[in-house]
Design a protein around this ligand. Sequence first.
Ligand SMILES: Cc1cc2nc3c(=O)[nH]c(=O)nc-3n(C[C@H](O)[C@H](O)[C@H](O)COP(=O)(O)OP(=O)(O)OC[C@H]3O[C@@H](n4cnc5c(N)ncnc54)[C@H](O)[C@@H]3O)c2cc1C
Length: 388
Amino acid sequence: MLGTRPFEETRERGDLRDMVGSLLARELPADRALALDREGLFAADAWTALGRAGLLGLGGDEAAGGTGGTVGDAVAVTEEIARVLPGLAVDYVTCGMAMRMLGDGTGTAAAAWLPDIASGEKICSFGMSEPDVGTDLLNLRTSARVEDGRWVLRGQKLWISLAHKAEIAFVLCRTDPPEEGRRSRGLSVIAVPLDQPGVTVNRVHLAGMRAAGTCEIYFDDAVAPLDHLVGERGRGMALLAQTLDVERVLAAGISLGIGRAALDLHVTHLREREAFGGPIGRFQALQHAAADSIADLSASRALVNTAVRTMEEGGPATALTAMAKLVAGESTARIVDRGMRAMAAHGLAEESAMQMYFRDARLQLFSPVSNDMIRNILGESLGLPRSY
Ligand SMILES: Cc1cc2nc3c(=O)[nH]c(=O)nc-3n(C[C@H](O)[C@H](O)[C@H](O)COP(=O)(O)OP(=O)(O)OC[C@H]3O[C@@H](n4cnc5c(N)ncnc54)[C@H](O)[C@@H]3O)c2cc1C
């Protein structure tokens, strides 16, 4: 029978999924996941368990304290977490990006944090977006200068996942003026300790991804040691660019997880809900909607698999990861919409996870990069003029 379970997988990858699934079934049963989403709370116990199982360190260099693994492993774990609590998967992606950015641990003294981040003992966040700057990131205003032998930061970051729990934030800021008019030059990544007088973190409350713990951060002469610069000074965008392909397939992994869980709920409802003397799943119109959803999910998965395979083989993957992020995000928005329609009032009930998936799927259209920007990049790869 056709199901939502991933296809084209090795036994090892399947075992990894089962291990994550059992861990989450213990730590985050469905009613607890829904309660955390409702209250906007971080799933701290589940995070600790993920760390103990070595899953937070995936993507991190083993010599530096990470647990290695392949991109495909990280995508599979992200998907499994998103099935249960999509907000936690957003945090998981942030952690994975930190693992990759810190690399072999030689590019910054802040890499000393890597083993503790990988074990879940310390939490980090990633500050790029600002109140006036999201897609147009190069226009950011947060700045850092060197004073008395340390970095001093001023500015504000917004929509930063997990900053209220984090000890450290990787902050993209302007340290130098643009070079030859190139705004991407002169930006740097600095690892800033958050527990200090110059930093204020506030929670912001959203209608979706509530369990991710979205925050704003103010830097009011916040300080960081000079050797907390990550990578090269003024080359922060180049550093981030190295992790973009991974970030996009991990984001696609969140979309797959939400889409899969929503479709499972949808089909169960078609079987169980009765109207006019039988299950509503016998109505052709409702079957067609579910059929469109499994086709959407499978097409997304095939594209994600191709992107992952290409990355693992070292091939050119940028267009593929961009398409995977776009297609999986847009498909998932359609899948949750169809699920909601089929479940009608039952989907809107607070007790139903469908309403959580419906709200959380919105993020997949614009974050970590907007799907419109992905379209711009794809348009350009087709040889069309740059549109932004
Ligand atoms: C739950 C959540 C967690 C997040 N976590 C983090 C985090 O940890 N760290 C972090 O730095 N950020 C985080 N973000 C922010 C996220 O990355 C931004 O929301 C995203 O980059 C889009 O920016 P924006 O919301 O400012 O939209 P804008 O950039 O203002 O875009 C608005 C609209 O304009 C469109 N648009 C903009 N420019 C163009 C263009 N050139 N061509 C076509 N269309 C265009 C966009 O597609 C969009 O539809 C998070 C956001 C949320 C909601």
